[in-house]
Ligand binder design. Structure first.
Ligand SMILES: Nc1ncnc2c1ncn2[C@@H]1O[C@H](COP(=O)(O)OP(=O)(O)OP(=O)(O)O)[C@@H](O)[C@H]1O
Ligand SMILES: [Mg+2]
Length: 503
């Protein structure tokens, strides 16, 4: 007898110190379907999936696979039981090859007894076969740390698929993928679905959900709000059910007109090969300058060079009409630059430190008094203020940042850079992984900063965000500036054309 549902989660509850992350959640998933899981940051989506995948033990509840109760003690057992998962945060090992990452913990072996060796030949041919099946073009031998975030995410996808699981959990799989790669992933998902697999798909991107999902379950504050067929839903309805109120505007009004030029970048050329070349632009007081382009346009490299993290071959930069040389991030911070990086796990957060420490990190000197002692009180009150301002969902300022939901970690990083009171704030994909409600909050903060005379450079791969927020939009392709557009009149098509000019 085959069950109607391949997966049933019944009355799942889970508490962490200070939060009830899951409160009596019941969700059923049909085989051969894509089941989206949506909800604001901290709603409990990842926690629910981690309970299923054997990472957390639920306090209460029951999990049925094909109608049979299961209890996975760890992810190994979940994989053996037919459940695989793409994690929201990349867990891969940078100093190992693509193929080692793929087969980690389950290398093909040869020989017998205690003297079994890794069968490198088989590993290579298995890898090639997998990539061929998925239509991916990645060198199995290259070290992971030499790959872009989007390639690494593709490998995570290949890995999850390679287990031939009947339930595949994808926790924000497209957060770092290019549009082209998203289309490719959707091809893979459709094939898996037609082969009978169930995909639990977590994403904050409405357009994606409505395109790929058959059913949508919405969570709010650890509770299950309901499940609907995606054909019955509109973006506005999803938002309303997620947030619990109507959200009429996706972007705040912009109050100010940019003033005089504060930053000039002239003919910036990277010291690295295959990076950006001959890029010039200026930035005005109170301006939001968007930078658009496809992944691989070298936008991140450009801003990291401005911030002193990478080397320049040639070019000049001047601040308020005076030429400056930035050789390190410390120097950049001294010149009142701040950079919010794109990949929080790799370059942003310190997982084992608390929310407060992570927030004050870029800023410690401010809290050291004349006595050389840290002004603990000031630090705590600033942290609390930012937690409230940005509505960061955390039980306390002492909570370890690794225990916050992905979107809330991003907000802490944002707060950290705000505390340095920068004049020029560089944001690299500032709302990646952030839910619609919180996005609006972050947009409002950005707009307020601009209105108060700060200048903002914002890299974004989200068209609506670029168009909705920028005074001007610089578009890059393959390391070159391909155009600069007026934010008021620019169109999505125009940006796309400039972003793919040399493709
Ligand atoms: N290991 C943990 N220890 C303590 N609290 C945790 C832990 N994991 C999650 N939480 C808390 O549980 C709640 C739900 O978090 P979860 O990561 O499931 O949210 P989410 O819906 O996946 O959000 P996002 O969209 O930001 O990824 C949050 O308040 C989070 O801070
Ligand atoms: Mg999550």
């Amino acid at each position: 007898m085959s069950a109607e549902y391949v997966l049933e989660l019944r009355h799942m509850s889970k508490s962490f110190p200070g939060v009830k992350a899951l409160d009596d959640v019941s969700i059923q998933v049909r085989p051969g379907s894509v089941h989206a899981l949506m909800g604001e940051n901290g709603a409990g989506k990842s926690t629910l999936m981690k309970c299923l995948f054997g990472i957390y033990a639920p306090d209460e509840g029951e999990i049925l696979l094909d109608g049979k109760p299961v209890k996975f003690q760890n992810s190994r057992q979940a994989l053996d039981g037919g459940v695989s998962m793409i994690h929201q945060e990349l867990l891969s090992v940078p100093n190992r090859s693509v193929e080692e990452n793929l087969w980690l913990g389950r290398y093909p072996l040869m020989g017998a007894g205690p003297f079994r060796l890794i069968d490198a030949k088989k590993m290579r041919s298995d890898t090639k076969a997998l990539f061929k099946k998925l239509n991916m073009d990645i060198d199995p031998a290259v070290w992971l740390r030499n790959l872009s975030v989007s390639k690494i995410q593709s490998i995570e996808i290949a890995k999850a698929v390679s287990y031939n699981a009947k339930v595949i959990i994808m926790d924000e799989p497209t957060s770092s993928l290019t549009e082209h790669e998203v289309a490719h992933l959707f091809g893979i998902i459709r094939r898996l679905r037609s082969e009978g697999a169930a995909i639990v798909y977590i994403s904050h991107k409405m357009e994606e959900i409505l395109e790929i999902a058959d059913e949508v379950s919405i969570m709010r504050d650890g509770r299950h709000v309901g499940t609907w067929r995606s054909s019955e839903l509109t973006t506005a309805e999803i938002i309303k059910r997620m947030v619990g109120r109507d959200l009429t505007h996706r972007f705040p009004p912009r109050a100010n007109v940019p003033g005089e030029v504060v930053l000039r970048v002239d003919n910036f050329t990277s010291a690295e090969r295959h990076s950006f070349k001959d890029v010039s632009f200026d930035l005005r007081r109170g301006e939001i300058l968007g930078i658009g382009g496809l992944v691989g346009a070298k936008r991140t490299e450009l801003v990291e060079t401005i911030f002193g993290l990478r080397f320049l071959e040639s070019g000049r930069i001047s601040l308020n009409g005076r030429e400056i040389k930035i050789r390190s991030p410390v120097q950049a911070m001294g010149d009142k630059f701040a950079l919010l990086t794109e990949e929080r796990r790799a370059t942003g957060i310190v997982p084992m430190l608390g929310v407060k420490e992570n927030m004050l990190l870029a800023n410690l000197s401010r809290y050291v008094g004349r006595t050389g002692l840290i002004n603990e009180k000031q630090g705590i009150s600033d942290t609390k203020e930012k937690i409230a301002d940005l509505r960061i969902k955390t039980p306390s300022y002492r909570t370890l940042i690794k225990d916050l939901s992905g979107g809330n970690q991003q907000k802490v990083l944002f707060a950290k850079w705000l505390l340095t009171e920068p004049d020029i704030l560089i944001l690299d994909e500032p709302t990646r992984g952030i839910d619609v409600g919180a996005k609006y909050e972050i947009y409002s903060i950005i707009a307020e900063l601009a209105a108060s005379g700060k200048s903002i450079i914002m890299i974004s791969s989200e068209m609506p965000e670029l168009l909705g927020m920028s005074d001007r939009i610089m578009v890059m392709c393959a390391g070159r500036k391909t155009g600069i557009l007026d934010g008021k009149t620019a169109t999505q098509e125009e940006i796309m054309r400039l972003a793919a000019l040399f493709e």
